[in-house]
Design a protein around this ligand. Structure first.
Ligand code: FMN
Length: 348
């Protein structure tokens, strides 16, 4: 049977207005990083282990102490209500139904209370504002609605430039699809261009929640996050939507994982499209793999049911991958499971 995941981009393209599809799909600049992400996972090769009992395979995991059915999780994205009328609510419903972690953007078009009421385990992704006072009510509201962690996105001092299309997505967007969790009048609050380690410490201390730093590619930055009090580091180049020609996350992950040496959890996103990508990510040190565009396309295709189908398919693929690789669990996969196929890229 054909993979559902393989059909999704074409299905979303068919269903969505051209400018919305383009907004979801495109990368920044020449689109080099956006185009390379998936292929970077595909360059990795496995060295499976044999003569092991794999009758039982467990891909469940814990992230910051909470239990989930698999390491696949839903990355934050803006304009989910442009993908489907139910937007973030449908994502939350799908996550709750499958035991999946949901990360909700501070740009969300659905009140945090509506997300929280689904019973999902969710984290807030925050674009901290230039005026820090405008960030506080948003985090307060998320925490009151049950957010269990704050994800600080650090790769977006400004939004990376994209090639213009025929029509701008912003002309097609209903204002109620964006930033509804900001108090009135503050929706124009600009992103902070001066984020520093002190912001990680501020979020952690003020709200007493774990802080995850999203958008880390360099080993030395990962260490700075740990020193600033981060509970986890999220390897991401924002789906290739910020600085173009950043390295692929599949290539950046091992260096970051080595740098934090198990002191904090490590997650990764960017081009993750199949169970084998998660298998490789786990061996290279990631505890979670997050889905951006595939989840948006599944949402566009069939709302919460589409997202559930995608997550179920990927989990089943991962179970098969872990079993064929000769291991009994996703947690604890060794680095030696993966080797690079060609001489390209840094040595693992
Ligand atoms: C349409 C779109 C909107 C996004 N909005 C946000 C956002 O609001 N906050 C954020 O931290 N990342 C955002 N991202 C980045 C994703 O969280 C994630 O890093 C990226 O999409 C992963 O790559 P993938 O799309 O190849 O899975 C967005 C990505 C897309 C495609």
């Amino acid at each position: 049977m054909a993979r559902y995941a393989d059909s999704l981009e074409a299905a979303a393209r068919e269903r969505l207005p051209e400018e919305v599809y383009r907004y979801f799909a495109q990368g920044a600049g020449d689109g080099v990083s956006a185009a390379e992400a998936e292929a970077a996972w595909g360059r990795l090769r496995f060295l499976p282990s044999v003569l092991n009992d794999v009758s039982i395979v467990d891909v469940s995991t814990t992230l910051l102490g909470a239990a989930f059915a698999s390491p696949f999780a839903l990355a934050p994205s803006t304009l989910q209500r442009a993908a489907h009328p139910d937007g973030e609510l449908a994502m939350a419903d799908a996550a709750a139904r499958t035991g999946t972690l949901l990360v909700v953007s501070s740009n969300a078009g659905t009140p945090f209370e509506v997300v929280g009421a689904t019973g999902v385990t969710w984290w807030l992704q925050m674009y901290v504002t230039a005026d820090r006072a405008l960030t506080s009510p948003v985090v307060d509201r998320a925490v009151a609605a049950g957010a269990r962690a704050v994800v600080l996105t650090v790769d977006t001092p400004v939004v990376g430039s994209k090639r213009p299309g025929q029509r701008s997505v912003w002309d097609a967007v209903d204002p109620s699809w964006l930033r509804v969790n900001f108090p009135d009048g503050e929706v124009g609050a600009g992103k902070a261009p001066d984020l520093g380690p002190q912001d990680v410490a501020w979020l952690a201390e003020r709200w007493q929640l774990p802080v995850v730093v999203k958008g880390v590619l360099r080993p030395d930055d990962a260490r700075r996050c740990v020193d600033a009090g981060a509970a986890a580091v999220w390897v991401s180049n924002h789906g290739g939507r910020q600085l173009d020609r950043t390295v692929a996350t599949a290539d950046a992950l091992p260096g970051v994982a080595d740098s934090v040496r198990g002191d904090v959890e490590v997650y990764v996103d960017g081009g993750v499209r199949r169970g084998s990508d998660a298998l490789a990510a786990g061996a290279l040190g990631a505890r979670a793999v997050l889905l951006g565009r595939p989840a948006l396309y599944a949402l566009a295709d069939d709302g919460a049911d589409g997202v559930v189908r995608l997550l179920d398919e990927l989990r089943v693929e991962l179970v098969e991958g872990v079993r064929l690789a000769g291991f009994g669990a996703f947690d604890g996969l060794p680095r030696s499971l993966v080797q690079r196929w060609s001489g390209a890229g840094p040595q693992l």
